[in-house]
Every structure is written in C-alpha cells, then in structure tokens.
Design a protein. Structure first.
Length: 748
C-alpha cells in the first residue's frame, strides 16, 4: 500500500518541534534574542534600549569576540540575570532578514537536526558583505562652468555630460587631460568630490526582449506557471522534458514574467556544477541583455561581497548559483528554479546535511512563490510528488525542431569486447571511424578520473592503497602521481614496489579517462582529441575555452567524466560511447540504478541535438540489466515505475523515511564503543527498523574510523523526533563524533 506521504514543506511533519515564531521579539523587558552563526541551537539574550524587529542584523560581543548575529524571535535559552547581560553593540546598515528566511533557517535546522546557528552561518556566509561597501572618491558636476573654459576643461565637462560620477584618474585619462585639470575644476567649484561605492552598480536584466516563439507544449507549460504567478502563492512545478525539448526556454519565460510583474522581484536559479555552465550564462545574457549575478565557490572575494550585498539590498534581480545560493538573503523572492533537479550534487555532504532541491521547495512554500524543478530524468521522489498531486507535472515530450532522440545500442563486452589492453569495442570504433569520415564529433564517457584506478605489483601482488582512507590510489599519469580522491594524499608514481622492491613491475589496472585518451590518440593519431575532467582543466576559464573549441568544431573526439553530461549543446556531436555502462551499478546503494539511468540518459542526450541523427553505444557485461533495457527501449516511465514499486515494497524513501548515522573517530575502539552504545539504546518502536552498526564502505576516511547505522521508519513517524529522543541524552566516548544524515544520498 502506498502510504499518504506528508511532504517536506508540510508544517506538520517538516518542522518537528519548531516553536511558533511570535510576531516580534520581546523588547518589553529590554532584551532581545540574538541567533549567532555558531553551532548553537539557541538564541542568546542581549540588552537593547529599543525594540528591534526579528531579522535585524546586529553586532554583539560573544565571549570576547565581536560577532554579527540576527535578532531572533524564538529559541531563547534560560535567561541570564540582568547583571550579566551585554548590550547590542550596533545595528548593521542592512535590511532585516525576511521572515520567510528566518523560518527557513528554523525549518532546515529542525529537519536536518542541525543547530539553527549552523544554518544561519550559511546565510551569513560572506562576512565582507556585512560591512558597507568600500568607497572611492568620484567627481560629479556641482556648479556652473568656470569663466575660463580651456579646451581641456571642456573635454572633461563633456565626459560628465551624462551625469554619471567618475573616478578622477579615469576621467582625466579618458578625457586626455592631466590630473591637474580635473583638480582645477574641483577647486573652481564646477566639480565636487564625493565618496561613492567602489562597486559598479549591478546590471538589471531586461525582461522586455522577447524570447523565441514557444511551441504548443512549451506554451502550455509556461501558461500553467504564469497562471500561478498571476494568482500569487506557492506551487511546485515539475518540468519534465527530454534533453533539448526547451525546458530552459520555458523557465526563461517565467523569469521574464516575474521580473516584468514586479520591479523589485528577485529570482533564484540553482544549477549543479555552476563553474561549467558558461553556455547557460551566455544564453541568459543574450536573452536578458546582461549577465545574472553568480554565486558559487569559485568567485573572487570582491564578486562574492558584491553578490551577497546586492541580494540583501534587493539590487540583485536574478541570481544563478550552486546549492548555497538558496540560503542567500533575498528580500523579495518571487520565483525559484532548480535545473537538473535530480542531480545528486544538490545534496550537501558536510556541515549542515541538506538537500537544496527539497529546501528550495520549502523556501518557496514559506515565501509563497512558485518553484520550478526541471529535469529530463526527474528524481523518483519528485515523480511521486507529482503523481500524488503535490507538484504540478508539466511535460515536454518532443525535442524542439528537427532534432530526434538518438538510437541506443548495447555492445556485449562478453562476446564483442576489445582486444586485451584496449577499452573500445570494435562496434564503437567503427562508429567513431564513421563520424570522423563525415566530419562529425564523437564523445566517450567514463566516469573515472585519472589514468588507472588501481596500481599493483606484478611480482608480489602488492596494491597501492591510501594510508588514510579505505581506497586505492589512482594513477594520474599527466601529473606523474598516485592520488587519493578522498583525502588528497598523493605520491610520485614509484618505479619500484614498496613491498618487494621489484623494479619496473608496477602495472596500471583498469581505465580512467586519461588512459582512454591514450587509446584514442593511438587509434586515431590524426584526430583532434581532448580529455575533459576536473583535473585536466585549470578552472572555469579553461573549461570555457575547451567548450568553445568543441562548439567551434575544432575537436573530433571528446573523452570525459560526468562533467560533460551537464547541459551542453554540441550540434556536430553524433556518436556517444559509454565505455563502462555498468560502472555506476556497482556498490549498489538505494539509488544506484536510478542514478546510473539518469546519468546515461544525460550523456545519450548529448548526441544528435541539432539536425543530424545520433547514435549511442553502451559497452556492458550485463545487456539485460533493467537500466540497459530501459535505455534501449526509451521507456523511461516503465523503468521508473519498476524502481518505484521496488522502493515502495521495501518501505524506502519516499515511501518510508531514512536516516544515516555515522560514528567516526581517530581510534577504532572508541568508534566501536559508540556504535554499541547506539545499538543498545536504540528505540524499539513499531514500524521502525535499525540496521548496524557496521563498518562503513569507506571504513577509514582522512585517518578517521567510521561505522554506520541506518534508521528506517514509516512515513507516519517523525524520524527527527525519534532521533532526538534517542541521541540527545547519549554521552559518546571522547573524540567520537556522530553525524546524522536525514534522507541520505551517499551510503559510503
Ligand atoms: P532543454 O533545456 O530542455 O535541454 P533547451 O531550452 O536548451 O532545452 O532547448 C534546446 C535548443 O532548442 C536550444 O538551442 C534552444 O534555444 C532551442 N529551442 C528550444 N525551444 C525553442 C523555441 N520555442 N524556438 C526556438 N528555439 C528553441
Ligand atoms: Zn585518502
């Protein structure tokens, strides 16, 4: 039976025991609560001689440290005696955080079992943005022109005719005069110096430029969203459409509508792998006349400060960013878009363990705005939400224009595989030959960085393992090193075996993209090939250059990891080879099949996006696997239906609730003891199952031992409440930490 699933944004189930927020902080007793961006769940009392609205940003002293915190309505601890009370030192010159954001902080904390202060820390993630922006002297027109108007002076005044302030040195340079001329005009009272923001104003996207005429399906999808935008209020849309069907065009229309309807509206767009979406940024700029404000880890300090403050002051209209862009202090959020909503990178795996897609839906419900979740391969969770009526399902079934979906074929590696020491089967090689002859591009996908995933000694069988983690060291031949992909441990690739001392006997086992790149160069010495992986690129600019070269047809064969699966559009690409279609299915976690399927559909979607037909080759040892079958028949719904049935039968999310518990510490004994303590004290509640403790698949990580437990409950049980009652009273051995992961995505 399918349980009625209360949703994440339903206050009953999401909030756990969240206190109801009173309308205003109580200034009556001369105190306010202040939540600090520190790992505390409670707000601390400070003295204030005037009432301060919740959300107000204030400077206080905590311990001996000056801190910026937020006036908070609830979560007050035991009130300290008046004599011990410290004053609020200052009120920051920024608009207060919106009520909607304060509630998001509370909900996220309650849902993920994190301290509210830790969530607030994500909101105040840019300390530089909290201070007023640095200023710089500018000259502005202040009085009549002087009597003696030289040619040089006239040129300066002409430059200022548009009324915009200018930095003196820049003005002198562009007017072709010496600094003294500008100074003379200031002395004469014609110009004046003013301290103005150093940051240039943020550009305003222009919603008036029309987009392309929408096809009927796109039009219907947009109309559904527009109706909600007009009526106001919350609604979640699942925008499902094959790659190339125009999902981006549809949500661009919705963005334009939000901006046109309200001069102060703000829009947040969350994308995975933001650093590599320059194609997306270009497209946005072409449509809206300027770049959106970006928010991701690769920004310079100045760009970060400008973005954060621009959002807080409401000047940033459209923000595009990675998951953390969700916790920015928007003043007037009118639309949220989550593109590639199925992407696992929306789950944050350290600190506050939240899922940005789920929290985006929650934020939209708090802000009473629409949210659009777009994907060619929606997550099973979103699909169920749509079928059960909590999300409105919008479907685009056809590729725009002439493009058709590529044909998918399997290559059975048991019978039709390559010769030993090679990785590309004859059928795939022949297809690439064909593409080269026709002047078209091919792409080889292998989700494995480096040259080879394992190095061993032919003499004694010794293997190179990371000293800190349960993981093999991966050879990176371009760099000449063996590296751990978990902790970064690295060593020069040795000549002699560390175990038996044999020389020249070390062999690389299995392929990574670099090794595949070598095979491509050997087979097609005249073809122009490029290997695209996070460590063959030096940064976003480099990535942009490589993508531009591919777009311009200067590359014949692309070899890449999952980096290339995201949204690129390469019109001349017609052959896609999936080198190891079974790879993602190993290790078998809950979503292995679903995720492999999604990834392979994305890769396959790179082929034949324009007017040429594409073909996809899946190299597999298991051609009858349901994932492979589904890719060949293109029957996505049937595959997902089967997955859904299996999950429902097992009571797994979204049909049941799941939490991962990881105990970790520097010595094994303490970790084992903590695991036993958890097992001994585990609640025995009907409808709840607890598995473990067992050593985690990554039993050691960065030198710390790790054991796991898994808690599974029905949908009718508040797993947060159950966990709190169980864990809060426990006293763990020293140095052992317990991490709780609600709705885990990773089971490592
Ligand atoms: P998706 O986001 O679903 O992968 P896109 O929005 O990227 O699809 O559309 C694929 C290509 O088709 C893009 O180049 C896009 O500009 C073009 N396209 C989509 N819809 C239209 C339309 N209505 N008119 C003209 N071009 C369109
Ligand atoms: Zn390691």
């Amino acid at each position: 039976m399918v349980a009625t699933t209360p949703s994440l944004f339903d206050p009953e189930t999401a909030a756990g025991d969240a206190p109801a927020a009173p309308a205003a902080a109580r200034p009556d007793d001369g105190r306010v609560g202040v939540l600090l961006p520190l790992p505390f769940d409670q707000a601390f009392d400070y003295a204030s001689d005037r009432p301060l609205a919740p959300g107000t940003l204030v400077r206080v002293t905590f311990g001996r440290q000056p801190r910026v915190g937020v006036v908070w309505a609830g979560r007050r601890g035991t009130p300290p005696p008046a004599a011990k009370l410290k004053p609020v030192d200052a009120v920051l010159d920024l608009p207060p955080l919106s009520d909607e954001l304060c509630r998001l902080v509370e909900r996220t904390a309650d849902y993920t079992l994190s301290p509210a202060g830790a969530v607030l820390r994500m909101v105040l993630s840019c300390p530089a943005g909290l201070s007023p922006p640095p200023t710089r002297a500018h000259v502005v027109r202040a009085g009549p022109a002087p009597d003696r108007l030289t040619d040089a002076r006239r040129r300066v005044l002409d430059r200022l005719a548009d009324g915009l302030p200018r930095v003196p040195a820049d003005l002198a340079r562009t007017a072709g005069v010496s600094d003294g001329v500008v100074r003379g005009l200031v002395d004469a009272g014609t110009l004046a110096l003013e301290d103005l923001d150093r940051d240039p104003p943020l550009a305003r996207p222009d919603p008036a430029t029309p987009g392309p005429a929408l096809n009927p399906e796109q039009h219907d999808a947009f109309q559904a969203i527009a109706r909600r935008q007009t009526a106001g209020g919350f609604e979640a849309f699942l925008l499902e459409g094959v790659t190339g069907s125009g999902k981006t065009e549809v949500y661009f229309e919705a963005i334009a509508r939000a901006l046109a309807d309200d001069a102060d509206a703000q829009v947040a767009v969350l994308l995975p792998e933001i650093a590599l979406t320059l194609q997306w940024l270009d497209r946005f700029a072409r449509r809206f006349g300027c770049a959106p404000v970006q928010w991701h880890s690769g920004l310079t300090a100045a760009a970060r400060r400008q973005a954060w403050r621009g959002v807080a002051e409401g000047r940033a209209r459209v923000v595009v960013g990675a998951r953390s862009a969700l916790f920015l202090p928007y003043r007037r959020l009118k639309l949220i878009v989550v593109d590639e909503e199925h992407d696992p990178s929306f789950k944050q795996e350290d600190g506050v363990l939240y899922h940005a897609r789920d929290m985006a839906v929650m934020r939209a419900s708090l802000a009473q705005t629409p949210v659009i979740l777009a994907s060619a391969t929606p997550s099973l969770e979103s699909r169920v939400n749509a079928r059960q009526g909590r999300y409105s399902h919008l479907r685009l079934t056809e590729r725009h224009g002439a493009a058709v979906l590529p044909a998918v074929e399997t290559v059975d590696m048991r019978t039709d595989g390559p010769e030993p020491g090679r990785w590309l089967a004859p059928a795939l090689v022949a297809a690439i030959d064909g593409a080269l002859d026709r002047g078209e591009q091919s792409l080889l996908f292998l989700n494995r960085r480096g040259y080879a995933p394992l190095t061993l000694c032919r003499q004694c069988g010794a293997r190179y393992e990371c000293p800190n983690c349960t993981a093999w060291l991966v050879e990176h031949r371009y760099r000449g090193r063996l590296e751990c992909h978990h902790c970064g441990h690295s060593m020069a690739t040795p000549d002699t075996c560390f175990e038996c001392g044999a020389e020249g006997e070390l062999v690389a086992c299995g392929p990574g993209v670099e090794r595949l790149g070598d095979e491509v160069t050997e087979r097609w010495p005249d073809a122009r090939a490029v290997v695209l992986a996070s460590d063959t690129l030096t940064g976003p600019d480099d990535a942009a250059r490589v993508v531009a070269r591919i777009e311009a047809g200067q590359v014949d064969i692309v070899v890449g990891t999952q980096l290339i699966t995201k949204g690129y559009h390469f019109p001349a690409l017609t052959v896609v080879g999936v080198v190891d279609a079974d790879l993602g299915l190993k290790g078998g976690d809950l979503r292995a099949a679903e995720r492999t399927y999604q990834q392979l559909v994305q890769v396959a979607g790179r082929a034949g996006r324009a007017d040429r037909e594409g073909a996809v080759y899946l190299q597999t040892y298991d051609p009858d696997h349901p994932v492979t079958r589904a890719l060949i028949t293109g029957d996505k719904d049937r595959f997902m239906d089967l997955e859904e049935e299996a999950r429902a039968r097992a009571g797994m999310p979204p049909f049941g609730r799941l939490a991962g518990l990881v105990v970790e510490g520097p010595d094994l004994a303490g970790v084992v003891e903590a695991g036993r303590l958890l097992a001994r004290t585990a609640p025995r509640v009907e409808g709840t199952a607890i598995y473990g403790p067992v050593p985690a698949p990554l039993a050691r990580l960065r030198g710390r031992h790790r054991h796991r437990l898994l808690v599974q409950t029905g949908r009718d049980i508040s797993i947060q409440r159950l966990l709190r009652a169980w864990i809060d009273p426990l006293k763990l051995p020293p140095k052992v930490r317990l991490k709780v992961d609600i709705d885990p995505i990773s089971f490592l």
